[in-house]
Ligand binder design. Structure first.
Ligand code: GLC
Length: 542
């Protein structure tokens, strides 16, 4: 078993998206009291920790990833007292709490940006952000050719002629991490939440804080997947610059002064795996999301390779590997895996787009989750996946709030489809999301069947499958285990982790389990003669 100091090496961490988890006051928007009231459900599910997406004061132009005040709670979600109550309840239940930290940019409503707007070019107030004069005779051309991750240009011009950089929405100006004042401020923000008792931070856009010094042109589309540069392209000047690491070393020093261990988790879309592993060297962060695993298409060979590649890159720096299949930025895996067209459908699914095969998606999602939870390391779950929840793929466009939709000129539906409030009770208003029939994004009528109360204690339900899997994972301490592959036919992937054998069959021919196997869990029923059908994962003792 892991010691309290290194719990993060093996924990299962559940992502709460506060807007859509549980609404206590009935305004259609989730809130902290709603979360607090539902924490026992997460304890019962069997997760070890929760990570909350931002709940700080924010105009919500990017669903809270545009922070106006890092030390206060947005009134939509409650107040600081509610945050304290949530933390106390989590502690009481033995759940750790990780909060989101957004250091790459602030909201344009942050007092610093307001001061910068009011101040003159060249002033200390502007030095906290990335202001530049434009190009061309009259400075009317942006300072360089970068585009925003959400689409459109990455620069906005002010009336006085200067431009500021925003790698995301125009309401999310990038901070200047070359400025010591910015560094000091974030150390102070970290201390504020550490002293409140949080167990760690998920660091948003961790690969973006430092930009290449000359802000050299970059002729490719702004993609957060910076590491996935197009063939032949030079390294992107806005992502994964070496200078980011000294920031995390400084943060780690601060965290090391707290007991028990507090952690840093990098949201860094960086490839290849050994570049990403630099973020989790012993004196930097503790974990980094394994997005390379998340974007891997369904197939034995590709999955085996990504598991090997990412595990060995992490092992080389002594860090655990993390596993993740869904989050608030990608199409839910129960829908993503319902496609067999070789595409990753990363940018959302619109009502007029080809639709996934829901039954196939769920079947594969259950198999994928069982496989993921059998791997050694730490695993992340996204709220609703334990219910087998699909993406809302027919959300009417009028409801879309993700800035991607507007900024891409309505070419990318964006991420709203994975952010719809989750169903708790089949027969209640808003499916028990809140006391009223209100929900900031509409819930599909078909979601009644996914509600927790339809699945609890129902053998074979996705919820009960997750619950048994999490229980066994803990009993066998798989998070701290070691993986060894078995020799299998090409369409079958099987590994041993301690005394558990995990086998997934990707092919259409039913797969044999090793002789004498005792099946402990199966994502779907086996064939009558005890073989593993296509798109099914089994846990067995053999
Ligand atoms: C991260 C967040 C995403 C947000 C972006 C800008 O990728 O996960 O939701 O839009 O950063 O903060």
């Amino acid at each position: 078993m892991s010691s309290p100091r290194d719990w993060w090496r093996s924990d299962v961490i559940y992502q709460i998206y506060p807007r859509s988890f549980a609404d206590n006051d009935g305004d259609g928007m989730g809130d902290l009291p709603g979360i607090t009231a539902r924490l026992t459900d997460l304890r019962d599910l069997g997760v070890d920790a929760v990570w909350l997406s931002p709940f700080y004061k924010s105009p919500q132009h990017d669903a809270g990833y545009d922070v106006a005040d890092y030390r206060s709670v947005d009134p939509r979600f409650g107040d600081l007292g509610d945050a304290d109550k949530m933390l106390a309840e989590a502690k009481q239940l033995g759940l750790k709490v990780i909060v989101d930290l957004v250091p790459n940019h602030t909201s344009s409503e942050h007092v610093w940006f307001q001061e910068a707007l009011a101040a003159a070019p060249g002033s200390p107030e502007r030095e906290r952000y990335i202001f530049r004069d434009g190009r061309g005779a009259d400075g009317s051309e942006p300072p360089n050719s970068w585009t925003s991750v959400f689409g459109g240009p990455a620069w906005e011009r002010l009336d006085d002629g200067q431009w500021y950089l925003h790698l995301f929405d125009v309401s999310q100006p990038d901070l200047n991490w070359g400025n010591p004042e910015v560094r000091e401020e974030f150390l102070s923000i970290l201390r504020f939440w550490l002293d409140k008792g949080v167990d760690g931070f998920r660091v948003d856009v961790a690969h973006g804080l430092i930009k290449e010094a000359t802000l050299a042109d970059w002729e490719y589309a702004g993609e957060i997947l910076g590491g996935l540069t197009p063939e032949g392209a030079p390294p992107p000047p806005m992502w994964d610059q070496d200078g980011v690491h000294e920031i995390y070393r400084q943060w780690r020093e601060l965290l090391n002064s707290y007991e028990p261990a507090r952690i840093l988790v990098a949201e860094a879309w960086v490839q290849p795996a050994d570049r990403l592993a630099r973020y989790v060297r012993p004196d930097e962060m503790h974990q980094a999301f394994n997005f390379e695993y998340l974007v891997t298409l369904w197939g034995a060979d590709a999955i085996r390779k990504v598991v090997d590649r990412t595990s060995s890159a992490n092992a080389a720096v002594g860090a655990p590997t993390t596993w993740v299949l869904s989050n608030h930025d990608v199409v839910r895996h129960a829908s993503r895996l319902g496609f067999s067209d070789g595409k990753d459908h990363r940018n959302g699914i619109g009502v007029d787009d080809p639709q996934p095969d829901a039954a196939l998606g769920l079947r594969r999602a259950r198999a994928a989750s069982l496989q993921m939870l059998g791997l050694p390391g730490s695993a992340y779950l996204y709220q609703g996946e334990e219910l087998g929840l699909p993406e809302h793929t027919t959300l009417p466009d009028d409801f879309r709030e993700d800035p991607t939709w507007e900024r891409s000129g309505h070419t990318e539906p964006g991420r709203d489809g994975c952010r719809v409030p989750i169903p708790w009770e089949a027969d209640s208003p808003s499916f028990g999301f809140g006391p009223a029939d209100a929900s900031w994004l509409p819930q599909p009528a078909a979601w009644a069947e996914y509600a927790l109360d339809r699945q609890r204690d129902v053998p074979g339900s996705t919820y009960e499958l997750y619950r048994s899997t999490l229980r066994l994972r803990k009993e066998h301490d798989l998070g701290n285990g070691t993986l060894s592959w078995l020799d299998t036919p090409a369409d079958v992937l099987a590994f041993r982790n301690g005394d558990i054998l995990v086998l997934t069959n990707f092919g259409d021919a039913p797969a044999e389990l090793p002789l004498g196997s005792r099946v402990l869990l199966s994502s779907e029923p086996l064939t009558e003669d005890g073989k593993v059908p296509q798109d099914v994962t089994v846990w067995a003792r053999a």
